[in-house]
Design a protein around this ligand. Sequence first.
Ligand SMILES: [Fe+2]
Ligand SMILES: [Fe+2]
Length: 371
Amino acid sequence: MNVQAKHSADASTAEEAIAIQERFDSTAATELAMQNTLLTPRFYTTDFDEMDAIDVTPVRDDWDSLIDRMVSDPNKGHFKKNEDWDHVDWEGMEPELKKEFIDFLVSSCTAEFSGCVLYKEMKRRGSNKDVTQLFQLMARDEARHAGFINDALREAGVAVNLGFLTQKKKYTYFKPKFIYYATYLSEKIGYARYITIFRHLQEHPEHRFHPIFKWFEEWCNDEFAHGEAFALIMKSDPKLTRGRNVLWIKFFLTAVYATMYIRDHQRPRFHAALGVDPDWYAHEVFTKTSTLTRQIFPITLDIENPRWQRGLERLQRANVDMAEGRKQGGIDGRLKSLGAQMRAAACFVDLYTIPAKTHAVPASTRLEPAY
Ligand SMILES: [Fe+2]
Ligand SMILES: [Fe+2]
C-alpha cells in the first residue's frame, strides 16, 4: 500500500517532499533566498545530455554498493522534530543572534534546495539508469534536508517558499565538469562543516542554542554519501582530474574555501553563541575537507602557508568595505566599493597562486565518514 507521507522526512521522492513543504512560506525569507550575489547559494543548470552519458563501468563495484546503501535509506523519517527537539525561545533570543541565525538557516535551506533542484532535473532529463537513480536518491535527501530547515524556520515565523524558488530564482549554467568539481566540493565541505559543529557541541552542549544541531550527524552522513557519488563519477573519467583540469580544481578549491571563510565571518554572533572561533572553525573544516578530497583530487591547497590566512583576512576586509561602500551609496560609496572589489580580486589571485601540494591519488576512491 502506498501511504501518502505527511512530512518531508518520510517522503520517498523529492517531488513528494516539496509538495508537502509548499504549503508554507514567508515573503521575507523567500526574498532572502532569491538573492543572487557571489556569496549566496545559487541554482545551477547544466548540459544534462552530457551528464546522461556518464559511464560508471570502470567503478561499477563501488558504485553499486554506494547505491545499495542509499536505496536502503537509513535516514528515512529522521529529518523531523521529535522528543529531542527542545523548545526554542525565539522571542528571548538576542536580536543580532536571531538575525544571523535566521540568515544561516535560510542560506542553508537555499543551498540544500539548490542541490535538490539540480539533482531532480538531472533525474527528469536523463535516460541512463545509473545516473537517474543516483540523482533521484540525492534529490530525495536534499528535499528532506531543506524541508527540515524550513520546519525550524517556521517556528521563528518564517519559511522559504521552495516552489516559488524553483520557478523564479535565476539559474547559473555550469558545464558538467564544473558541476562535478563544485558539487563534489560542496558535499564534502558540507560534511566537514556539519560534523565539526556536531562534535564541538557534543563536547560543549551548553553552546547548543538550537535543537537542529542534534540532527547534524546523520545529516552529514547523507552529504558524505553524495560526495562519494561525485568522486566515483570523476573516477570513471580520469581526464577530469588531470592536465589543465587540475587548474580548474585548484580554482574551485580556492573559491569554495574563500567563500565559506567570508560568509562565516559575516556571522560573528552566531559563532560566538556556538562557542566557535570562525578562524579555528575554517581551518578545521579546510583540513578535514583537504584530507577527504585527496581521494580524487591530485592536489590540496597549502592552507598552512602564511600567505593563505593572511590572504583570507585581507579578502574578508575587502568584502566588508565593498558592502559598506554599497550601503553608503553615492559617488563616494561607489568608489569605495569599486576599490574594494579590485582589492578582493587581487587577494583572490594571491590565494590562487600559492603553490598547491601534490600527491598520488589512491586507486580506489572509497572512504567512510571517519570524523
Ligand atoms: Fe543536504
Ligand atoms: Fe548533499
